[in-house]
Design a binder for this molecule. Sequence first.
Ligand SMILES: [Zn+2]
Length: 488
Amino acid sequence: MQADFIVAGATLIDGSGGPARQGDLAVRDGRIVAMGDFPHPEGVPVIDGRGQVLAPGFIDSHTHDDGYLLAHPDMLPKVSQGITTVVTGNCGISLAPLERDAIPQPLDLLGPPELFRFGTFRAWMDALRATPAAVNVIPLVGHTTLRVAVMDDTSRAADNGERAAMRGLMQEALDAGAFGVSTGTFYPPASAAPTDEIIDVCRPLKDLRASGRLGLYATHLRDEADHIVPAMEEALLIGRELDCRVVFSHHKLAGERNHGRTRETLDLISRAAASQRVCLDCHPYPATSTMLRLDRARLASRTMITWSKGYPEATGRDFTDVMQELGLDDEAAVSRLAPAGAIYFLMDPADVNRIFTHPLTMVGSDGLPFDPHPHPRQWGTFTNVLRTMVREQRLLSLEAAIHKMTGLAASQYGVAERGLLREGYHADLVLFDPATVTDVATFSAPIQASQGIHAVWVNGKRVWDGERTGTDRPGQVLTPGDALPRSL
Ligand SMILES: [Zn+2]
């Protein structure tokens, strides 16, 4: 056997949810070539893994990194918490296809206007391939982006001509290799889109089935508060009509009066899973973050400003303090700060825990990478789960948590030969200390790398050594690899 390097004596957690075992693992040419107990060939570098866990690299099931991958290819916030693959284009907003100087909210969450320079989805993917990042990418195309690209007025339903134009862009994205589509009907540029528009525009997802591909529909629901159940039923209907998988994005119940209702929504998901393909993602924090909106601020027990063009001094501060300083009520203050972003404390920690223990829940950071004072999830989601949910609360076993971060996500997104430790699989790997691994980012100091992640490899190349990123940029734009999964 030949190898580029061997990690020896580690606790191998293979991503399947199965029990940990002790062993060595060898890598050559970007693949895992041996696992368990095998003779070490002479001269091959050996990394001491004793006392550490070696697992498949984490898959961030929900990101807004479309432009960040190009602007900051070392992907420090992600590799430092063990992430080797990111799903982009969520919540209806993908960077492409859109060439525009003025970008409406919430598309501006993806970064500055100069990033929006790709008239086709393939052009963005080509740019990523020409200047790769440190991590792999699972791309989705956003329905809101298509609306902004095609419609002169997004405050109404699309007419037949506009639907056909969007469908053409959708087809181009899927042909280029997008894994699926996302919607964000919670947000202004898409909230006027009726259900039948979405089905009509996304019809190419259904056509994938003829070639053995399973489409994917990820959705930031129209409503995550009082009217969440009809919003979920709409998403399930769209999934049935398009014969594709439904991903409920950042599942949550917002507002105190809705606390505890995850019993109802998770039950709905479990019942739906008996007859259609469905899964969900979540992060471990009871606070969420997006553009500053009055309805969200009124639902939240506390709102923090992450950035503001109208009143930059508000960045990093409590909205209530800013209102007082300006002598304005909440409605006037929102207008004064706009455009702006915010963190909202509006979930019940018990709901977050209940969501995490659902067998179909993956881990997604949903971070907003360009925020000057971001939600700590951008830097700490995965290590926060390992600290709080595994070590402190003992809510999940380490094997179960890693399965959610790896094998479950790979199978739900239809990624071939990743997400598990298996001979022949791509060598996306993370080596960490299960006793000390921790997030460091907090709501007051959110830009901080995690601790206890000692090494991260993407396609066999080291991209993080515990303190700094590597010089290699081995990330690949992944291609939908699955035929139909064996089970629902
Ligand atoms: Zn969202």
